[in-house]
Design a protein. Structure first.
Length: 85
């Protein structure tokens, strides 16, 4: 198997990378599971996206409760220097 460049060329780095990746995936899965339990709908948004604004407005107008998770100001990397944290 070919490991990503960030993992380096040694097997030790590849193992470490895969271990960290598995841990990160587990944390993300746990967070998504927690969010899904907290609301019937979970929506991931960017604050400057007109599509996200429309989607949340539609949910609001329909009276649907949801959990909003902001991913930052915009999805294009480097467009804005100061993403939300």
């Amino acid at each position: 198997a070919i490991a990503p460049l960030q993992a380096g060329s040694s097997r030790e780095n590849e193992f470490e990378y895969k271990s960290e990746l598995a841990e990160a995936k587990a944390k993300i899965f746990d967070e998504i599971s927690r969010l899904n339990e907290s609301a019937p709908v979970v929506i991931y948004t960017y604050s400057l996206s007109p599509f996200c604004t429309e989607a949340t407005a539609l949910l609001d107008s329909a009276g649907i409760s949801y959990e909003e998770v902001s991913l930052g100001k915009e999805w294009i990397p480097g467009l804005i220097d100061d993403p939300l944290k």
